[in-house]
Ligand binder design. Structure first.
Ligand SMILES: [Zn+2]
Length: 411
């Protein structure tokens, strides 16, 4: 039985704008069952008149952090889990209202949030979690600072934990997967916000990365890896990591290798941009690191696009930077154009997450995760930055979350 038909719309299906004859979408049981002409609507079907607006798949953010009350990651570490869960709930609810219907958490969120969402205790996008991201001692996920407590001292924070050696990594990845995480996250280069590690540093040995990749593959899933250098990104591709996160400064040669290995890139241009602008204060050491980053993100996107790398979309926002997610779309479009950026945030991200045909697309069989936009995002992507004004309808699995369409009198 058809639950409803959204008619009288222009459709961007996650890859391209459809021809004007395909202007209606039939929905049943949370899924899209037909995309065709409004002329095929029967008198018994419930119709939502889209009033000529653009219908597109709900957005996907492949690099989100639910556990991120502040840019300073040590703040998260001081919160008890029930307190942290309230931040996560708020961020999830907000993301859905911004038009994001699927998120991949890049470190921190666990299955508790997924279950709470699936049981209807909290309202939010479909969520794919990594649990705590794994870091070597002294790596990007090690927030112990410079005090050496004792030889057996270790670290397990809100977003990350320290694990060294291939055998320990195997055990940790197996345990993460036992708890139900969807993918595994590693840090394979230095980072900006961590206190001790230089940004250029290679992290984890080949054997350690391979151990994680093998264990993830046994569960038919994959590894995503934080990488801020050309060499670290090359190592990701060589060692079977599926998704290179941030991927700064990738050269044309490495881009070709990444394309050959069919590894994805998930750039995140906004965070370094806004931190350098001073939107949120960060320690002087991080500012020095940020200066070395410069435009390395945009250059990597350009080189990877030229080489044919599949480029996804992620935001990586923390603390008060949340709320700027759609501005990442605008920044990306300045490098990639609107069409490629929207593909990244829908169909490419879906493929990256092994969800092709299920989300990020408007096709028979996909979840009815849909946005109805006042305006055309292919010509002006910035309309997604004002969701309260421009997103007329948000639908998640066939359920209407928000409806700002003016109801017309029945004629
Ligand atoms: Zn991140």
């Amino acid at each position: 039985m058809i639950d409803c038909v959204i008619s009288n719309v222009l459709i961007f299906d996650g890859v391209a704008a459809l021809s004007a004859e395909k202007n209606a979408v039939w929905i049943s049981n949370g899924r899209i069952v037909k995309v065709a002409s409004s002329a095929e609507i029967t008198s018994s079907e419930k119709v939502i008149d889209g009033q000529g607006a653009t219908l597109m798949p709900g957005l996907i953010d492949a690099h989100f952090h639910c556990n991120s009350p502040a840019v300073d990651i040590t703040v998260a570490d001081k919160l008890v889990p029930s307190h942290m869960a309230q931040y996560a709930r708020m961020y999830l609810e907000d993301m859905l209202m911004r038009g994001f219907t699927t998120l991949r958490d890049a470190g921190g969120a666990d299955m508790g949030l997924v279950r709470a969402r699936n049981e209807g205790l909290i309202q939010g996008p479909r969520l794919y979690v990594s649990g705590k991201a794994l870091s070597q001692s002294g790596g990007h996920g090690d927030f112990r600072g410079e005090v050496l407590l004792c030889g057996c001292d270790s670290y397990s924070g809100s977003l990350t934990c320290v694990v060294d050696g291939p055998d320990s990594i195997r055990v940790n990845v197996r345990n993460l997967l036992r708890t139900g995480v969807h993918q595994v996250k590693l840090f394979v280069s230095g980072g900006v916000l961590s206190p001790m590690d230089p940004i250029w540093m290679d992290q984890y040995t080949d054997g350690e990365i391979t151990a994680a990749v093998e264990e993830a593959a046994r569960w038919r899933t994959y590894v995503m890896a934080h990488s801020l250098t050309d060499n670290a990104s090359r190592r990701c591709a060589a060692l079977g990591v599926r998704s290179i996160e941030h991927g700064l400064g990738i050269t044309p040669e490495t881009a070709s290798f990444i394309a050959e290995r069919e590894t994805f890139l998930v750039p995140t241009l906004g965070t370094p941009h806004w931190l350098l602008e001073g939107v949120v204060p960060v320690p002087p050491a991080s500012i020095e690191k940020l200066k070395t980053v410069g435009h390395a993100g945009a250059i990597a996107v350009e080189n990877c696009a030229r080489a044919g790398v599949r480029i996804g979309f992620g935001t990586d926002l923390l603390g008060t930077l949340h709320g700027r997610e759609a501005y990442e779309l605008v920044l990306r479009s300045q490098v990639s154009g609107s069409l490629e950026t929207l593909r990244s945030a829908t169909s490419v991200n879906a493929d990256l997450m092994n969800l092709g045909g299920q989300v990020g697309t408007i096709v028979s069989g996909a979840y009815a995760d849909l946005l109805l936009l006042d305006g055309d995002p292919l010509t002006d992507i910035s309309i997604l930055t004002t969701p309260q004004k421009t997103i007329k309808l948000i639908m998640l699995e066939g359920k209407i979350i928000t409806n700002r369409l003016e109801t017309r009198p029945v004629t």
